[in-house]
Design a protein around this ligand. Structure first.
Ligand SMILES: Cc1cc2nc3c(=O)[nH]c(=O)nc-3n(C[C@H](O)[C@H](O)[C@H](O)COP(=O)(O)O)c2cc1C
Length: 178
């Protein structure tokens, strides 16, 4: 069975986009599509790294663990909020930490906002960075507008059939690119 790692990028107090990460984990497991693990950047609570992992003299066990999970995942879902039209520093911090781990890695991106546009402005800059890292971003999108209304705090969607239908196409594309 394929292993999918879900990066939950927001470390903000009171964050809402984590709900979407919880949803994807449950969706993948409920439908027996893949094994799923959330890599929660809030839980990792990484410092701002002062060097790439492979050049660090004494890397932390948590950074090594994170790198191993990216390397061993067959595919990645990144759930990112949009902050001022970009993606959060917490996410750039872990993208730049790694190098080979991203090569050829299938990545699907879900953008999240509390407004009406679903974080659509963040998509291109994140795709560009991942392209530079030689990852393989899939074309399918999963924008989540008004996340506070779309999912509860446990990641249960307010409209399960519509949300699952959208997720199905998004996940199918990710799995097909593995
Ligand atoms: C620093 C900051 C900047 C933000 N900029 C945007 C933005 O450019 N566009 C947008 O739709 N929402 C923006 N938001 C609101 C987020 O969409 C909202 O916080 C949403 O819940 C996703 O982020 P979260 O997971 O941290 O909660 C911003 C929020 C913060 C904290």
């Amino acid at each position: 069975m394929n292993r999918i790692a879900i990066i939950s990028a927001s470390v903000r107090t009171g964050r809402l986009s984590h709900r979407v990460a919880l949803y994807f984990k449950r969706y993948l497991e409920e439908n027996n599509l893949a094994s799923a693990e959330i890599l929660d950047l809030k839980e990792y609570n990484f410092p701002v790294f002062n060097e790439r992992l492979r050049l660090q003299k004494d890397p932390s066990p948590a950074a090594l663990e994170f790198a191993g999970k990216i390397k061993n995942a067959d595919g990645i879902i990144i759930v990112t909020p949009e902050y001022n039209g970009g993606y959060p520093a917490s996410l750039k911090n872990v993208i730049d930490l790694l190098y080979n781990e991203w090569h050829n890695k299938p990545v699907a991106i879900s953008t999240v906002s509390d407004g009406n546009f679903g974080g659509s402005q963040v998509l291109i800059s994140l795709q560009f960075t991942l392209w530079k890292m030689k990852a393989r971003t899939v074309n399918a999108m999963f924008p989540v507008p008004r996340v506070q209304d779309a999912f509860d705090e446990n990641g249960i969607p307010s409209d399960k059939s519509v949300t699952d239908k959208r997720a199905s196409g998004f996940i199918r594309e990710l799995l097909a690119s593995i």
